[in-house]
Write a protein that binds this ligand. Structure first.
Ligand code: ADP
Ligand code: MG
Length: 695
């Protein structure tokens, strides 16, 4: 990231040497509309053209030669495209260059022209030839070659642009703009950490020096390239660092930690907390005791037991005389938490309420009333909690469950409320710590990194087009009195076909297993209906639940031991992992079956191979790249283009250290030397980051 001095920010691209109005339009099609965008259109790959070989040495594959044009032939066949054949030679031999539909080449190349050729040597019709190579007349003394005798950048192109042209545009642009590239990071900091200047980072990323190691260049691993990756992390972290200071400077609630009362509750639980749960709880309680507002992320894989930890923290708030609220993404989940939490608290004098937008008006009114007069202590709800008329009497603690499921708007509503109690955000998105530091940088972290003792690995298998096998599997669980989920994709609520297949599946299974044992659940059903269906499955005799992805997150039915995902190829990895996490919640062995009609794809293979969320997110990253790491696409943070969480961990640490140093050096973030950093954030990040702020 950089600023451009002078009025280069508004410089019209067509006046860059070589571009002109025509190419300006082509570039615009590629999203390149100004100098900044042109200079940050980084290579997608590089080719090593440093070595020139003679024609006699050529074999198949990629090569660069220097040769003289001997003959130019163009031929238009009856059916085929225009074919140009150029024969070139050096003192060791001759070879043809073959081009299709590039008639202009026959006009610009003449006998005796000296050219450099780079491309793929292929074999066909009994001879070797260069297939559609890049070529260039040999540069005169005061011209540099951009496409030969060096490590050459390869760009994403658009129709009408060639690699050659784009290289020239970027080179020419650098020619006059390079000295006006302003690096916002102060000199002292760069020197201290030995970081190259932005200007050279840009130049050398487009045109690497010839003495670089080629594999480093290709892997984006040179010092100059790494500086550009660092930029993607640094400004975000800087912003978070600053925000964190701001949050911590505001007065929050300083809770007493009522150990005895909490222990009394913990003792009554049907299980012992895991060591990881205990540590997380301790961190949360320490935050609560602190007089600054808490803003903490509790991360833990599906089934690791986050709910109970948050409940104990909520209890502490309630025992201190405050209200607590837990916000969840679906009504079904709100209902589930409501039932479970009410049960756990039944022996205690604590009132629990439930709120969601489709609740009957009369009930909603009653609930709102008891929220505002303080008679409800813990309120469980969907985002309806933070809408419209709801007014808390004394809200002191908010839990946001499955926070990655909340869209941008819903979080904005909370920001709009200007609420500042302690906040605990929970997420099962198993992102690496380095990424978490970068996207949720204004939060503190707790991690539950183990499952409760006795949990068995969920066996995952695919079934390809074999419904009998499916029925047989369901029956084996059914006969043991265990419960099964059968999930159909419903990607858009409007996809009637999908819904139909869920309904058909429901009917078919009802016939086989008896209608009293099977229920159907989908997002289009009325709230009451959804909730009663879920209740019959979770708490009563119903053994098979046919459903859409409404049960994807949070649902906890420990007796369920079989998860079947139909048309599994239509789900993303993070969804599949969440769905699988609905089983394996007790000490019984569980299974997950991924059903496809045709052969299984890459994602299904990954699911069969890995159980741990971190492994799955790494594989997801390999498939989809940095822009869309598992479950983070809603985070609102600008997408990363270069940053690779699995490769660039050390840059995250470096950036972290740099920010620490800035704080020390400048005594905070309000120094004139940091002004340009502010400008970058203002320009590239502010608007977008705003949405990802929890408060
Ligand atoms: P998640 O982290 O996915 O939200 P839950 O909070 O739903 O997980 O917990 C999963 C299941 O494990 C629940 O049935 C819960 O009661 C149970 N559980 C939580 N902690 C423990 C523990 N320490 N030992 C045994 N079971 C536990
Ligand atoms: Mg949960």
């Amino acid at each position: 990231m950089f600023l451009l001095s002078g009025d280069l920010e508004n410089f019209d691209l067509q006046y860059v040497k070589g571009i002109g109005p025509y190419n300006k339009k082509l570039l615009a099609k590629k999203g390149i509309k100004d100098i900044f965008e042109l200079l940050t259109h980084f290579p997608r790959d590089y080719e090593d053209r440093r070595k020139i070989v003679s024609i006699g040495q050529l074999n198949l594959g990629f090569h660069t030669i220097k040769a003289t044009v001997i003959d130019v032939m163009s031929r238009k066949s009856y059916h085929g495209p225009m074919r140009i054949e150029i024969i070139v030679g050096d003192e060791t031999g001759r070879i043809p260059l073959i081009f299709f539909n590039q008639a202009y080449i026959a006009k610009v190349l003449k006998e005796d022209d000296e050219i450099i050729i780079s491309g793929k040597v292929e074999f066909n019709y009994g001879r070797i030839f260069f297939n559609n190579p890049e070529w260039e007349k040999i540069a005169t003394d005061n011209e540099v070659s951009l496409s030969h005798s060096r490590i050459v950048p390869i760009y994403h192109l658009t129709e009408g642009l060639s690699q050659n042209k784009l290289r020239k545009f970027i080179y020419n642009c650098l020619g006059f703009a390079k000295d006006r590239i302003v690096d916002p990071i102060p000199e002292i900091i760069k020197n201290k950490f030995d970081i190259p200047d932005e200007k050279y980072a840009i130049i050398r990323t487009h045109f690497p020096k010839n003495d670089e190691d080629f594999s480093d260049v290709r892997n984006f691993n040179t010092e100059h390239q790494k500086r550009l990756i660092l930029d993607e992390i640094f400004y975000l972290q800087y912003y978070w660092g600053k925000r964190k200071i701001k949050i911590k400077s505001e007065p929050g609630i300083s809770y007493r930690i009522l150990k005895e009362k909490l222990n009394n509750f913990i003792k009554g639980l049907p299980f012992e907390l895991t060591p990881a749960q205990k540590t997380a709880l301790e961190e949360i309680l320490n935050d609560m005791a602190d007089k600054t507002p808490m803003n903490r992320l509790l991360q833990g894989d599906v089934g690791s037991g986050k709910t109970i930890v948050s409940l104990i923290a909520m209890l502490n708030a309630v025992y201190n005389g405050y209200q607590a609220a837990i916000m969840v993404p679906t009504e079904v989940l709100a209902q589930q938490h409501y039932i479970k939490i009410s049960k756990l608290l039944s022996k205690f004098d604590i009132k629990v309420g439930l709120l969601y937008s489709k609740l009957k008006k009369s009930e909603q009114k009653k609930t709102n009333q008891s929220i505002s007069d303080g008679s409800l202590h813990i309120v469980i709800g969907t985002h309806a909690l933070f809408q419209g008329q709801v007014k808390f009497d004394k809200l002191g603690f908010i839990v946001i469950d499955e926070q990655h499921r909340f869209g941008v708007e819903q979080r904005m509503e909370m920001i709009g409320k200007g609420i500042r109690p302690d906040v605990l955000v929970m997420s099962a998105t198993p992102i690496p710590r380095s990424l978490a530091l970068t996207i949720y940088g204004d939060m503190d972290f707790s991690v539950i990194n183990e499952l409760p003792a006795g949990r068995k690995l969920i066996k995952t298998k695919s079934i390809v087009n074999n419904q009998d096998k499916l029925i047989e599997k369901i029956r084996s669980h059914f006969d043991k009195d265990e419960k099964s989920f059968v999930v159909f994709p419903l990607i858009e609520e409007t996809e009637k076909m999908d819904l139909l297949s869920a309904e058909q599946g429901f009917e078919a299974l009802s016939k086989v297993f008896g209608s009293e044992n099977v229920e159907l659940l989908h997002g289009k059903m009325k709230s009451d209906k959804k909730i009663s269906v879920m209740d019959r499955f979770a708490n009563k005799k119903v053994k098979i639940l046919v459903s859409t992805t409404v049960i994807e997150v949070g649902i906890d039915v420990p007796e369920a031991t079989l998860m079947i995902v139909m048309n599994a190829e239509r789900f993303g990895l993070s969804q599949l992992h969440q769905l699988r996490g609905r089983v394996g919640r007790s000490n019984l062995p569980s299974e997950c079956l991924l059903y496809t009609e045709h052969k299984k794809g890459a994602r299904i293979k990954i699911m069969e191979k890995y159980n741990d969320g971190f492994d799955i997110s790494r594989e997801d990253f390999k498939l989809r790249g940095p822009g869309e790491i598992m479950g983070t696409s809603q985070s609102g943070v600008p997408p990363f283009k270069l940053f690779n969480v699995f490769r660039d961990r050390e840059l995250v640490e470096l950036s972290h250290d740099m920010i620490g140093e800035i704080k020390r050096e400048y005594g905070g973030f309000n120094h004139p030397d940091l002004r340009n950093i502010e400008l970058i954030i203002e320009k590239f990040y502010k608007e977008k980051i705003k949405y990802s702020e929890i408060l």
